[in-house]
Design a binder for this molecule. Structure first.
Ligand SMILES: NC(=O)c1ccc[n+]([C@@H]2O[C@H](COP(=O)([O-])OP(=O)(O)OC[C@H]3O[C@@H](n4cnc5c(N)ncnc54)[C@H](OP(=O)(O)O)[C@@H]3O)[C@@H](O)[C@H]2O)c1
Length: 455
């Protein structure tokens, strides 16, 4: 990848040439006031710089690609800056130098803002590194203004190879996304919610304390009461927590749906649901009446939605042919489809159908309920990104705009599952993982699964 030319309001950042490097080097080193602060230069003489540039393959070398010069609106070569991959910290590092006659004009902020934008939006980095000489408070201020935080400190020597100096290490992190996904009716949902199937007492409270604001329950899980009581214990206001529940096929029918809804909200101790899902399209393959029952159920859900008792209505485990029973016979299309989705079981046909119809896709068993913990491919990619297999699996989904609802009783797992914003899977790795042969499937296929006798 070649360095793109970036134009900011007043500056142009473009790949550095030998002439640029020479001009910059002469300018910096001839001004003691500038060299006082210089910690980014890696070469001690212009010959060194030239020798280095001559080894670089301009067409392909990444180190060179991100060395750029700064030209102002008058085309004056007023500085240099760069963004380089540093293998020792496994992170891209950024920095800049400006000619003294260009200090105090806001150029530093303009350069760093452009580099951060390039690093996060073009290179898809969630974390960037920088550092500044402790004597150079202005540089530190510029970096902080651009969102960097001090994460450590160190010692080095200046260009003369002798004068010691101390520096602060800094990191920029893409803000731990307040990003939400928007349903087609405008309701917003978090990318990461908390699943409560088989959750222990105390887990919901822990999850809320750790920052989860989305709880997924269902009449089938028998966790509605515990979700309600631990939500109240948390002291959070109802409007601060998104609660989703589900109706089980034995509760289907027009009047029965109102009853099921009332039972759920009363167990939860609330008077409305943020999301109500039809848990499965049918109880078993032998149920010839499922379409009629589903239509009746959905019509009652539409009424509850119109009456404001549910903020959004959706389905779960519905394939396109199940969704069409609703869209061809009712008025309101589902807003969500919650499906079993994880690496090795992506149900791409159903996901594509939902996307084409503006139905938000949510993943249940997003970490494969433990079935993928030993999978060689998952482990290989987890090692590559230096994250746990579960973090890899969750990021793989939210990076596609699919929300996830992992369940974790272990508080460490619970916390890790929320912390997904410090790495990004490359497009090639996403493509590879999306296309893997099937693995980790629960076996619960909606048209074959047998729930007769359960609940
Ligand atoms: N709509 C549906 O039909 C349907 C079906 C199934 C599930 N769901 C919903 O989806 C939620 C999640 O699905 P799920 O419970 O089947 O499976 P899951 O979330 O994929 O897996 C849960 C298991 O993974 C472990 N785990 C989670 N995070 C981990 C981490 N960071 N490191 C190591 N282990 C980790 C948990 O261990 P610990 O508990 O020991 O931490 C637990 O054993 C459910 O709770 C439920 O709300 C919906």
């Amino acid at each position: 990848m070649r360095t793109p030319v970036i134009e900011t309001e007043r500056l142009i950042l473009r790949p550095i040439t030998i002439d640029d490097a020479e001009a910059a080097f002469e300018r910096w080193t001839s001004d003691p006031e500038v060299t006082r602060y210089m910690i980014y230069n890696t070469h001690r003489s212009v010959e060194d710089t030239k020798a280095w540039l001559s080894t670089v393959d301009i067409e392909s070398d990444t180190a060179f690609d991100f060395a750029v010069c700064i030209k102002d609106e008058d085309n004056y070569m007023c500085g240099s800056c760069g963004i380089y991959y540093k293998p020792e910290i496994d992170c891209f590092s950024t920095g800049y130098n400006l000619a003294k006659d260009h200090w105090r004009k806001g150029y530093g902020t303009e350069v760093m803002t452009a580099l951060v934008k390039f690093g996060t939006e073009v290179l898809h980095q969630r974390v960037l590194h920088s550092s500044f000489n402790k004597d150079n408070a202005v540089s530190g201020h510029v970096l902080q203004k651009c969102g960097f935080e001090i994460t450590g400190e160190g010692k080095g020597t200046k260009l003369d190879g002798q004068t010691p100096f101390e520096f602060f290490d800094m990191r920029y992190r893409v803000p731990s996304s307040k990003e939400t996904y928007k349903l087609y009716n405008g309701v917003e949902i978090d990318p990461v919610g908390f699943g409560t199937y088989k959750c222990d007492n105390g887990s919901v409270r822990n999850a809320l304390d750790m920052g989860y604001r989305y709880l997924d329950t269902a009449s089938f899980y028998y966790t509605e009461e515990v979700v309600g009581s631990e939500f109240r214990e948390s002291g959070l206001k109802r409007g601060e927590v998104f609660i989703a529940s589900k109706i089980w096929p034995t509760q289907f029918g027009y009047e029965q749906t109102f009853k099921a809804f009332e039972e759920s909200v009363s167990k939860l101790g609330t008077d409305y649901l943020d999301l109500y899902l039809v848990h499965w399209p049918k109880l078993s393959a032998r149920d010839n009446e499922w379409k009629r029952k589903l239509i009746e159920t959905w019509k009652a859900m539409e009424k509850l939605y119109k009456d404001g008792k549910i903020k959004a209505i959706g389905v779960s485990n519905f394939l396109p042919h199940h969704i069409r029973v609703i869209t061809e016979n009712c008025n309101i299309k589902p807003m969500v489809d919650q499906l079993e989705l994880h690496i090795g079981y992506m149900q791409q046909y159903a996901v594509d159908y939902c996307r084409a119809n503006d139905i938000h896709v949510q993943a249940w068993s997003p970490v494969g309920r433990g079935r993928l913990n030993e999978d060689e491919t998952v482990l290989k990619f987890a090692r590559k990104y230096e994250v746990s297999p579960q973090k890899l699996m969750l990021k793989f989904l939210i990076q596609q705009g699919i929300s996830v609802i992992p369940k974790a009783n272990n508080p460490v797992n619970m916390k890790n599952n929320l912390d997904l914003y410090d790495f990004t899977l490359s497009d090639d790795d996403m493509s590879f993982l999306m296309s893997l042969p099937e693995r980790g499937f629960s076996g619960e296929y909606p048209d074959l699964v047998e729930f007769e006798g359960r609940m």
